[in-house]
Write a protein that binds this ligand. Structure first.
Ligand SMILES: Nc1ncnc2c1ncn2[C@@H]1O[C@H](COP(=O)(O)OP(=O)(O)OP(=O)(O)O)[C@@H](O)[C@H]1O
Length: 336
């Protein structure tokens, strides 16, 4: 396995804004984190918390009218903001790969499955003898659990079920052992057995290639299963980060506690959306002056509504425990 202290992704003070009819929504507001080689980092949070926009910013794919207005994204020693679109496109696949949540939309509808997987190989491993490509393609499709890969390679995406399309997308993301793999809800559409198979494959890839993985999801249970560290997002910011075991057993932010409390009991169905925390996040066009979670915060109520919560924005502060940070004025009161 690669040296795990090596940083493959370094994000600092990232901010993304959408300008819409005279108002500006700062969807991502000062996000910073590292992903090291061979490490799986979970990014978790409710819908609208800024996970997808952060991920798109890393890939240089923020859609208009959105734009990166501040910050730095460094993949190993390359500052991505300085690259042309062509240079970025070249980087995607070999050093930086994405497994999208909607593989159906990501696959090319008019190219056969085998040719699509083969295109990546040909582009990024030009020295691989042509005669060896078919065996490599079948091998990776077998590893993602695609049944009868010899037949599937001749098919077009629409001839495959959603689950099979998703497995092809996973194959394309992992086949070259990139430095950084961004997995966006990669298993949501799949049944439990295939989900487990894909998660095992991600663990294999990080073991064999030292790939750093950013695993974006709603689901805290999956984070607990495969991630080493977790970043909890709320209203465009990271509100808590740390080793997954510590965060899950003793959350330091009231929002993380609420997320964990929303997990159904063992044996129950995983939630489609985390809708069980009462209330809704604030409007990104007008973030509140104090803590962005204050409006929904159970701890604030418990503490008798202290002033700081609504007047002073908390910083993401280091905690005494190694590698842990929390953005709450009353962190010490959260831990049970
Ligand atoms: N194309 C867009 N135009 C305007 N605003 C956008 C656009 N895309 C995202 N946003 C805004 O950015 C904010 C963050 O959204 P984002 O999609 O990153 O959240 P998310 O955490 O990924 O949610 P989900 O889990 O549902 O994908 C939201 O307030 C959203 O309204």
């Amino acid at each position: 396995m690669a040296n795990v202290t090596e940083t493959v992704l370094r994000v600092r003070d990232l901010a993304v804004e959408f300008s819409l009819r005279g108002s500006v929504a700062r969807a991502v507001d000062g996000v910073g984190f590292d992903v090291r080689a061979g490490e799986i980092v979970g990014m978790v949070g409710e819908s609208g918390s800024g996970k997808s926009v952060t991920m798109l910013a890393l890939l240089g794919l923020v859609p208009r009218p959105g734009r990166i207005v501040a910050g730095s994204v460094r993949l190993r020693d390359i500052e991505l903001g300085t690259l042309s679109l062509r240079e970025l496109a070249r980087l995607r696949g070999r050093q930086l790969a994405l497994i999208p949540s909607d593989a159906g939309a990501a696959l090319n509808p008019v190219t056969r499955i085998g040719a699509q997987v083969g295109e990546g190989l040909a582009a990024h491993l030009p020295d691989l003898p042509r005669a060896e490509r078919p065996a490599r393609i079948l091998d990776i499709l077998r590893r993602v659990g695609l049944p009868r890969p010899e037949q599937q390679v001749r098919r077009y995406p629409h001839e495959l079920s959603g689950g099979m399309q998703q497995r092809v997308a996973v194959a394309m993301g992992v086949q070259l052992g990139p430095d950084l793999l961004i997995a966006d809800e990669p298993t949501t559409a799949l049944d439990v057995t295939i989900q487990a198979q894909i998660l095992r494959l991600l663990l294999d890839v990080r073991e064999q290639s030292g790939t750093g993985i950013l695993f974006v999801t709603h689901d805290m249970t999956t984070v607990a299963e495969i991630c080493d560290r977790v970043l909890v997002m709320y209203a465009g910011q990271i509100v808590e980060s740390g080793p997954v075991v510590d965060v899950c057993t003793a959350p330091a932010h009231p929002y993380t506690r609420a997320l964990l409390d929303a997990i159904p009991p063992l044996g129950g169905d995983p939630p489609e959306e985390l809708t069980t925390i009462p209330g809704a996040p604030p409007d990104p066009r007008a973030w509140p002056a104090g803590c962005r979670f204050a409006e929904r915060c159970w701890l604030r109520k418990q503490l008798g509504d202290p002033d700081e919560c609504t007047s002073l924005a908390p910083h993401l502060a280091d905690l005494a425990s190694e590698g842990r940070r929390s953005r709450c004025h009353f962190t010490e009161a959260v831990v049970r």
